[in-house]
Design a protein around this ligand. Structure first.
Ligand code: ARG
Length: 481
């Protein structure tokens, strides 16, 4: 075929017709083909009339019409198909949004031995082993799904098997809502099997033992709700550790609903918010003993949950108050109390229990911990309707007992947290509330209860908290957990 050159010329000169035409003109003059098409208001083509003098060769040739009806129909069809595909792609990626898909996976790990402590979910042994398994899962799935499909895995149980440890875990993925759970399940199995064959994994997973079943979000929540210290957003996404550096005192950051789901407000009927408290089971809360100095009558107290005091997300009346028998108000020793609700709470994204730390938990100085509460933001100021949070750091009892700090007033049942330069601190009305610590799996532990401090946020006067790990036996003796 001869090379062709696109030409645009004014037909007026040749035929006296007053419209512009566009066509292809062969460089080989003897086989000249020109499309004579009117492009507006619709594509209309007709043969060109040429002067004999100029192009005598084409005189009797029936020029093939480019836009014959069949071509026009095919062309229209092709355009329609392209538009259709484009719409499909757009809806797939834009309109059909991603949805969470949950799976319960169980398998046997054969190169480790079961330990007694794996039976206690708040033990260091359980946390470390689970973390290792979760890291391995995320390595397998992040690589293969280029990071964005896999969200999280969470070990829910470790149990003994004759030749190793049985693992039960929840896997969370995000795929377009148009996808289906069984199809994704097949994909997950395939990914896992390939990496079991090709990867050097720290744990040996027995391939035959691997089972995976889709979970609906309700089943998934029930599974995780029986766990403590897990925060979820309303879309069931895990909430990562807060990085807030705002403070309760003089701060401005307000906590989101569901961010601190164990936080409760302890209120005296008619007098409003008095203290904070932390949910540790579906009927029990932990708070400070000094909150009941004015009134110990359970019928006068109510407990609310949610990120604001008014209106609360959930409200309960109090059935029983257990104050530590050795609480001393002059020394602030054993500033701890338990509250039992008259009716249990439903766990949800907004109401959740916090984990109690193992009595062996060690928090080195300068560990980041978080304190939350509805307390005042300036010394002697009013309490707040919206929940506030602050990141503080642990301070060793030795430093806290220094002459220029609290001069020997800190006992082994107390824990100091804040900053030596002051400013960020809990304050009045935060008492009884939680000081929490997230482990490397983002599981939150109640390490302290807001207890006392000299004024709020003063230099060298950090917040003093009841050291919860020290009271594990006392708590167990009262409520059996
Ligand atoms: N005792 C106070 C209360 O009743 C809490 C004090 C905490 N003070 C502090 N500076 N961290 O709310």
């Amino acid at each position: 075929m001869s090379p062709r050159r696109r030409v645009l010329y004014d037909e007026q000169e040749e035929s006296g017709k007053d419209f512009m035409v566009m066509g292809w003109k062969s460089l080989d003059r003897s086989r000249l083909i020109i499309n004579n098409c009117l492009l507006f208001p619709f594509i209309y083509c007709r043969p060109v009339e040429f002067s004999e003098v100029e192009y005598p060769e084409v005189e009797n040739q029936r020029r093939p019409q480019f836009w014959d009806p069949i071509r026009l129909a095919l062309f229209t069809l092709a355009i329609a198909a392209i538009i259709g595909i484009a719409i499909g792609i757009v809806t797939h990626f834009v309109v059909a949004d991603d949805k969470s898909f949950y799976y319960l996976a169980s398998f046997k790990v054969t190169n480790i031995k079961y330990k007694e402590k794996y039976g206690i979910r708040t033990s260091r042994e359980f946390a470390e082993r689970s973390h290792q398994i979760e890291r391995m899962m995320s390595r397998i799935f992040r690589r293969f799904t280029r990071g964005h499909r896999f969200i999280k895995s969470h070990v829910v149980n470790l149990s003994p098997s004759e030749d190793g440890v049985n693992v039960l875990m929840v896997l969370m993925f995000r795929y377009p809502s148009t996808d289906n759970a069984e199809r994704i399940k097949k994909r997950i199995e395939k990914l896992l099997y390939t990496s079991l064959n090709t990867n050097q994994l720290p744990l040996t997973i027995n391939k035959q033992s691997f089972r995976i079943t889709p979970l609906d979000s309700k089943k998934m929540r029930n599974l995780l709700n029986s766990r403590c210290g897990i925060r979820m957003t309303s879309s069931n996404m895990p909430l990562p550790a807060s990085s807030s550096t705002e403070r309760i005192m003089k701060g401005s950051k307000i906590a989101m609903e569901g961010e601190w789901p164990w936080q409760a407000s302890l209120q005296l009927i008619g007098a409003g918010h008095q203290c904070g408290a932390s949910l540790i089971s579906n009927t029990w809360l932990l708070t400070a003993a000094h909150c009941f100095q004015r009134n110990k009558d359970p019928s006068q107290w109510i407990v609310t949950f949610g990120a604001s005091v008014k209106p609360p997300a959930v409200k309960r009346s109090v059935g029983e108050i257990i104050i530590h028998e050795n609480y001393h108000k002059d020394t602030n020793e054993n500033d701890i109390a338990l509250i039992q609700l008259t009716t249990q709470v439903e766990y949800s994204n907004i109401v959740q229990r916090v984990c109690l730390p193992d009595s062996s938990i060690k928090l080195p100085p300068k560990t980041s911990v978080f304190v939350t509460g509805f307390g005042s933001i300036v010394d002697d100021g009013p309490t707040q309707n919206k929940l506030r949070q602050a990141r503080v750091e642990t301070i060793s009892n030795d430093v806290c007992n220094r002459k220029d700090v609290y001069d020997g007033m800190i006992t082994s049942g107390m824990l100091c947290a804040g900053f030596m330069e002051g400013k960020v601190d809990a304050c009045k009305g935060d008492s009884g509330g939680p000081l929490v610590y997230p482990d490397n799996r983002d599981i939150w532990y109640l390490v302290g209860i807001v207890s006392w401090g000299q004024s709020c946020g003063l230099p060298n006067k950090p917040g003093v908290y009841t050291r919860v790990a020290q009271y594990r036996d006392w708590i167990a003796s009262k409520i059996g957990m």
